[in-house]
Design a protein around this ligand. Structure first.
Ligand code: ADP
Ligand code: MG
Length: 425
């Protein structure tokens, strides 16, 4: 696919101040220690950062991290909705929840990876007088990092005032935050109204690889769709039915299809509102001549637990009290055969509850089949990417997307606001 957006190579960044939106939304240890459990997203941003610094730009990097709630009242409301006792919801606890999402760990890791200091600046407003002074004083080849963009109430509202404040720090806006391009926020889209806006290398790579596979795939194109819910993958199934030669369904969503076809699914994940939709998809596939593969057997468990008892049963004959947690051996064979003959494979959503070793067999087998083909293999979806990594096949794939939600929306054929706002070539 021809990438039609300007990149950092199409503008002169030497001696310029560059506002660089990255996706530093990294997973942090649950114990609140601030330990980054996977720095893949920081490393994915390095080529663009290094290029800008080498070219003599002064880089003002920014990103969101997690989902901080910048309004105390809204925080109380959300926590109460989650079942917390309002009497325990103090200002101190809210401040702690914000502190836990400060950018310190990111600044530290980024500095280690770059081998140079990364100055962290900013407060709850993200841009303040201190930040403006530090940005103004930043020299070519130096980098600073702003505080979590979602600390500012204007970020998720795409508030023009906040966007202007961000833009005021720099001469050029570069976006490389692929994981956030499906959001029209102040730092991912709004700011582009006030500065020349171009993309970094990560966005370019993601769009070239995934976009290429969608626009002009090496055929046959096999799409493997799994994960928890049909409802979160409707758009992808629908769009890929227009493009793919074969669609393979696995994971929790398969039981909604099994039920729709008159099967018994026991206590398996089921979205009863989507039965008609499931049947429509099967029909649409038949009308279009797209092969639509559903599981023929399943590994049923007597509990949702890592050490549950398990038995292999036909896909539409899961006994009461049992739930399907993985695809069965016959299904694994059929899916691996389909993958073996593919020119391109797009995979979004694990085949089972891969977090439990006992039920990771189907996901592992499919990952291995992908690693053994000569096909172009593209992994979209946060959990699928985690599964491939955890099972040890990451370096065997053509491309593992850094953006779960963004790659999903791209595969749905939706416009990405964080890309649409960039300058055309
Ligand atoms: P992705 O992030 O790759 O798009 P999803 O978020 O849609 O994937 O789904 C991933 C989750 O689906 C995993 O946590 C996995 O445990 C769960 N899952 C897969 N198969 C089943 C199943 N049969 N029953 C319940 N959960 C499942
Ligand atoms: Mg997910």
């Amino acid at each position: 696919m021809n990438y039609n957006k300007k990149t950092v190579k199409d503008v002169d960044v030497a001696g310029k101040k560059v506002l660089l939106r990255c996706d530093f939304n990294v997973p942090l240890a649950k114990d609140g220690s601030g330990v980054i459990t996977d720095d893949k997203r920081i490393r994915a941003a390095l080529p663009t950062i290094q290029y800008l610094l080498d070219q003599g730009a002064a880089v003002i990097a920014c990103s969101h991290l997690g989902k901080p709630e910048p309004s105390f009242d809204k925080w109380v409301k959300k926590q109460t909705e989650k079942g917390k006792d309002p009497a325990t919801l103090t200002k101190e606890k809210w401040e702690k929840s914000l502190e836990a999402l400060c950018m310190e760990p990111v600044a530290k890791r980024l500095s280690e990876l770059l081998g140079k200091p990364v100055t962290l600046a900013g407060d709850i407003n993200v841009v303040n007088a201190d930040v403006e002074a530090k940005a103004a004083a930043l020299k070519p080849g130096e980098i600073m990092l702003l505080q979590n963009t979602r600390f500012n109430k204007g970020e998720t509202k795409n508030d023009p005032e906040f966007a202007k404040k961000l833009a005021g720090l720099a001469d050029i806006y570069v976006s490389d935050a692929f994981g956030a391009v499906h959001r029209a926020h102040a730092s991912t889209a709004g700011v582009a109204a006030y500065l020349p806006a171009v993309s970094g290398f990560l966005i370019q790579k993601e769009l070239e690889v995934i976009g290429g596979a969608l626009a002009a795939p090496k055929r046959p194109l096999v799409a493997i769709l799994g994960g928890a819910k049909v409802s979160s993958k409707i758009g992808v199934i629908n769009n890929l039915l227009e493009i793919a030669d074969t669609i393979i369904i696995g994971g929790g969503m398969a039981y909604t299809f099994a039920k729709a076809q008159g099967g018994q699914v026991g206590d398996s994940l089921l979205e009863s509102d989507w039965l008609d939709y499931a049947n429509d998809m099967v029909k649409k596939a038949a009308d279009k001549g797209v092969k639509f593969l559903l599981p023929v057997d399943t590994v049923a468990a007597d509990a949702f637990a890592p050490d549950a008892n398990a038995q292999v049963v036909p896909a539409g004959a899961i006994p009461d009290g049992w739930q399907g947690l993985d695809i069965g051996p016959e299904t694994v064979k059929a899916y691996c055969d389909a993958v073996a003959g593919a020119g391109t494979v797009i995979w979004n959503g694990p085949m089972g509850v891969f977090e439990f070793e006992k039920f990771a067999v189907g996901t592992k087998a499919v990952a291995e089949a992908l690693s053994n083909t000569d096909a172009i293999t593209i992994i979209g979806g946060g959990d699928s990417a985690a599964a491939v990594q955890q099972l040890g096949y990451a370096d065997k794939m053509t491309h593992i997307s850094t953006g779960g939600g963004a790659s999903l929306e791209f595969m749905e054929g939706k416009e990405l606001p964080g890309v649409a706002c960039l300058l055309d070539k």
